[in-house]
Design a protein around this ligand. Structure first.
Ligand code: XMP
Length: 323
């Protein structure tokens, strides 16, 4: 019968046999799947695994630290962090179109990841032969099923494969569903913040700023997003909502008042949704007092934001993200 213990044992054995005395690389995104895949492979082959984390500067507050510190502490994994914030910001300068942003972020990501791979091979030699992927069962079905679902947004999943792939793949989660992956992660001792993380798009906050992406805007959005997440967690609502994008309308300003002065600041949009699979979604009926608290804190604590609005659109017709 299925137990997380069995799955781990089985995979560890299979991975050991497959890899032998060769080496493997795994890209970490901060998400559940890549973290659990890496932890499993780490358990199997230890220091024969090197993980790569590309910091594109588009993560939320504390997420990079969670990977750099907490994940490493929990697994003992050997981690190479590439600080590519400046490179991504430069590539995104002047770009407002959502699909353009996705393409740029996906392209830069692959370039940075490939460069990191080349450096690891230079350090560790040609025995680097395997690439670990956090592919889940639903991903396998989706890409093999050929059902031809319409591609409404070009989803660049961070961790996307380089095209001239010479590595063999290790996909230890291929038979698992998301909730099973979380159980395996828990059993492997990964931090709660990583195991229970809600979906977060590969292009990160880059597609949650309506308008051009700049460092100042990212910092502002990070603050607002951290407040919203903190209050949702404090209210015990994390399991009730699927995810809650927090969006900065960077090109919109509206008039407000503070003390005896007029303000002219940006709106922040809260987009809490409930969903089963992200294909359809409904807006979450959050308690008014939680919304009030989030709104008060964001307008008080985040400079240049003088309005918080709630998105009450289902999907369809709205998508979950604003871009
Ligand atoms: P939408 O906005 O299309 O989002 O309703 C559906 C789900 O996908 C996530 N999402 C993305 N994930 N790269 C990703 O890896 C992307 O470009 C991307 N765009 C949207 C979104 O957060 C939601 O969970």
């Amino acid at each position: 019968s299925w137990t997380t213990g069995n799955v781990i044992e089985e995979q560890v054995e299979a991975i050991r046999e497959l890899v032998g005395d060769k080496r493997a690389i795994c890209g970490l995104s901060g998400g559940v799947d890549s973290a659990v895949a890496a932890a499993l492979v780490q358990k199997a082959i230890g220091s024969q695994l090197t993980c790569v984390y590309v910091d594109h500067g588009l993560m939320r507050k504390n997420e990079t630290e969670q990977v750099e510190k907490d994940f490493v502490a929990a697994t003992g994994v050997q981690l190479k962090v590439v600080d590519a914030e400046e490179r991504f910001l430069k590539a995104l300068a002047g770009v407002s179109d959502p699909e353009q942003k996705r393409k740029i972020i996906g392209r830069e990501f692959i370039r940075v990841f490939e460069q990191a791979q080349a450096e690891i091979i230079a350090d560790e030699g040609p025995e680097v032969a395997f690439l670990v992927q956090g592919t889940l069962y639903p991903d396998v079905v989706e890409s093999g099923g050929g059902t031809g679902t319409a591609n409404i947004k070009s989803h660049h999943n961070v961790g996307g494969l380089p095209e001239d792939l010479e590595f063999k793949l290790i996909e230890p989660l291929r038979k698992l569903f998301k909730d099973e992956v979380r159980m395996v992660g828990q059993e492997l001792g990964l931090p709660e913040e990583i195991v229970q993380r809600q979906p977060f798009p590969g292009p990160g906050l880059g597609i949650r700023i309506v308008g051009e992406v700049t460092k100042d805007r990212l910092d502002l959005l990070r603050e607002a997003d951290a407040i919203a997440r903190e209050e949702l967690t404090a209210a015990g609502l994390d399991r009730d909502i699927w995810q809650c994008p927090v969006v900065l309308l960077a090109d919109v300003r509206s008039v407000g008042v503070q003390g005896d002065g007029r303000t002219y600041g940006h709106p922040i949009v809260l987009r809490p949704v409930s969903s089963e699979d992200a294909m359809t979604a409904d807006w979450s009926r959050l308690p008014y007092d939680v919304l009030a608290k989030i709104s008060t804190r964001i307008t008080n604590e985040v400079a240049d934001v003088n309005r918080v609005v709630l998105d009450v659109t289902s999907k369809p017709p709205g998508t979950i993200e604003w871009e």
